[in-house]
Design a protein around this ligand. Structure first.
Ligand SMILES: Cc1cc2nc3c(=O)[nH]c(=O)nc-3n(C[C@H](O)[C@H](O)[C@H](O)COP(=O)(O)OP(=O)(O)OC[C@H]3O[C@@H](n4cnc5c(N)ncnc54)[C@H](O)[C@@H]3O)c2cc1C
Length: 259
């Protein structure tokens, strides 16, 4: 059976936004999308920040899908019909009979949510960041607690993905609580961190070191955070390449909009 880190059920604003954050962290992320969608019932999306004249929902979805795929997520046009808890996570089944094992599962579908029937009792208490009382199961977007607006659902998907990433850091990667939570998906100019004396990082690690930690563990955490900070830096060459790629991709989608 196929195996992945995260399955997201739903390729709307919430699911695709979550996929971008998860894939950028390096998690194997599979998005299933099929069935009824709220976003496709909107005629012209006029209140999503960044699109001054509004945008057709299909164009918005095509751009969002491309962004998720570019970051490394896999997208499959398939409807999920069953999800069950296993010892290692979840087993997800699609209408075509495809079965996938996953460590974590995000439900980001509004309408066709029968696949969640095994978790009916637990879904009454979803945290604002999408965590549920079932370990590894998250609910986001309109299906969760988000206002019924596309941009709020996208933000909600991002927040849920960040909660999931922090759980991975704590539970799978063994990072201390504050270090696990100390994660933001940023980019910064070259030298912003590498040209500092790192005293601020030493202080942060010292403040958040558990009493029983060994010096070796402390060094490991410090090194890990240093690597993460350095990976946020982007030099001018890369920045220009990304800007050019972004310009071409937006242009491609804009040219496809039918008047
Ligand atoms: C009539 C109408 C008009 C609207 N107009 C606007 C507007 O103008 N502006 C605005 O901001 N908001 C508008 N909204 C609200 C907006 O559409 C939602 O807030 C937003 O789309 C919710 O995003 P989501 O990702 O949570 O859900 P959805 O957009 O519903 O995305 C969920 C996705 O999951 C898929 N899916 C469902 N079940 C399954 C399954 N079992 N397996 C796999 N995939 C599944 C669906 O096909 C869909 O693609 C409108 C909503 C409606 C109903």
């Amino acid at each position: 059976m196929e195996r992945t880190d995260v399955v997201i059920v739903g390729g709307g604003a919430s699911g695709l936004s979550a996929a971008v954050f998860l894939a950028r962290y390096g998690l194997d992320t599979l998005v299933f999308d099929g069935g009824t969608a709220a976003i496709r019932q909107c005629v012209h999306l006029e209140n999503y920040l960044g699109f001054p004249g509004g945008i057709p929902p299909e164009t918005f979805l095509a751009m969002s899908r491309e962004q998720a795929e570019l970051t490394g997520a896999e997208l499959a046009q398939e409807m999920v019909v069953e999800a069950a808890k296993t010892d290692e996570g979840f087993r997800v089944v699609t209408a075509s009979g495809r079965e996938v094992k996953t460590n974590r599962l995000i439900a980001a579908s509004v309408y066709d949510d029968d696949y969640l029937s095994a978790f009916e009792d637990e879904l009454g208490s979803v945290e604002p960041d999408g965590r549920t009382t079932v370990s590894g199961l998250y609910v986001t977007g309109w299906l969760g607690d988000a206002e019924h607006q596309a941009i709020v659902s996208a933000g909600d998907g991002a927040r849920t993905a960040l909660a999931l990433v922090r759980d991975v850091r704590r539970e799978d990667e063994g990072l201390w609580d504050e270090i696990a939570d100390h994660y933001y998906d940023w980019t910064v100019e070259d030298g912003r961190y590498s040209e500092t004396d790192w005293v601020w990082l030493d202080e942060f690690v010292a403040e958040n070191t558990p009493k029983d930690a060994t010096p070796k563990e402390k060094r490991r955490m410090r090194k890990r955070l240093e690597r993460e900070y350095l990976a946020l830096e982007m030099d001018d060459v890369e920045r220009n390449e990304r800007a050019e790629r972004g310009r071409k991709l937006v242009q491609k989608h804009v040219e496809e909009i039918e008047p």
